[in-house]
Design a protein around this ligand. Structure first.
Ligand code: NAD
Length: 270
């Protein structure tokens, strides 16, 4: 028996990194997963890995920076799997520059990908989740089970981080969403939590000097400095965050809402 048997989940940005690890883990625990990413090829690979292992997954390449796209993502999920129980807002991107060099384009792009997609996806998901829970509440006195929404903030946002005014503003916006939705949706047993990864080995934290995309990554010197600050002395892997997403998506966390869980090898942030 899996920890997510009979559950249907959307994981955004699941073509790579933390999202891909989360989609695969959820599927291995019994969930039907909608793999959403703007990059089709890696997302298709995630779907194929899941289905080859005997799991259930479909591909979606909507860029949910518009609400129509988010509605389409949720509609496709319901059409294919009949419902939506879990939304993991994981898609994220960086465009680092010191504040005095930051322009409108970098600000808008990073706010759109990190914050607006999560707002749109959550709005579209809540339309469905809340109305299902309301029917159950009226019919039998309580929602049938807890539905789960998770956001992805960052330890960089909780402490502030040079070169990331856009990213940290977006990621703290997600903390505000997490806490407000926890209160608004509590009576419908829709849990709202956030994970705050520390330093996790993905393309976002790869050395900029050898990065596949020159817009993404961290200069080698900063990487080394960041590594020294991790109490456990080693960087995290995408699977470390995926396991926390699993906890937050499963019934083990039914009485946990409004929380930000740091996954940072001992890094403490509030
Ligand atoms: N890696 C870390 O150390 C770290 C630390 C803190 C927070 N995070 C956050 O974790 C999340 C995952 O990051 P990662 O390190 O796995 O990055 P990644 O770049 O490996 O994966 C992110 C995926 O998101 C996709 N994506 C980008 N824009 C999208 C959009 N509009 N809609 C759907 N998908 C989109 C990308 O194509 C990519 O496949 C992000 O929100 C990131 O900000 C990562």
């Amino acid at each position: 028996m899996g920890r997510l048997d009979d559950r249907v989940a959307i994981v955004t940005g699941s073509g790579r990194g933390i999202g891909a690890a989360t989609a695969k883990l959820f599927a291995s625990e019994g969930a039907a997963v909608v793999v959403n990413d703007v990059d089709k090829d890696p997302a298709q690979e995630t779907v194929e890995e899941i289905t080859k292992a005997g799991g259930k997954a479909i591909l979606n390449v909507d860029n949910t920076v518009t609400f129509d796209a988010a509605r389409n993502l949720v509609a496709q999920t319901i059409e294919e799997f009949g419902k939506l129980d879990i939304l993991v807002n994981n898609a994220g991107i960086t465009r680092d520059k010191t504040f005095h060099n930051m322009d409108d384009e970098m600000w808008d792009f990073v706010l759109d990908v990190n914050l607006r997609t999560a707002f749109n996806n959550t709005r579209a998901a809540v339309e469905h989740m809340r109305s299902e829970a309301k029917k159950e509440l009226e019919g039998q006195g309580a929602p049938a089970y807890h539905r789960k929404i998770t956001f992805t903030t960052s330890t960089a946002a909780l402490s502030g981080n040079p070169g990331q005014a856009n990213y940290t503003a977006a990621k703290m916006g997600l903390v505000g969403l997490t806490r407000t939705l926890c209160i608004e949706l509590g009576r419908f047993h829709i849990n709202s939590n956030a994970v705050a990864p520390g330093f996790i080995e993905t393309r976002l934290t790869a050395a900029k000097e050898s990065s596949e995309d020159p817009n993404i990554g961290i200069p080698e010197g900063i990487r080394n400095m960041a590594m020294v600050m991790i109490p456990m002395g080693y960087p995290g892997q995408p699977e470390d965050v995926a396991k926390t997403h699993l906890f937050l998506a499963s019934s083990d966390s039914d009485y946990v809402s409004g929380q930000v869980i740091v996954v940072g090898g001992g890094v403490v942030r509030y």
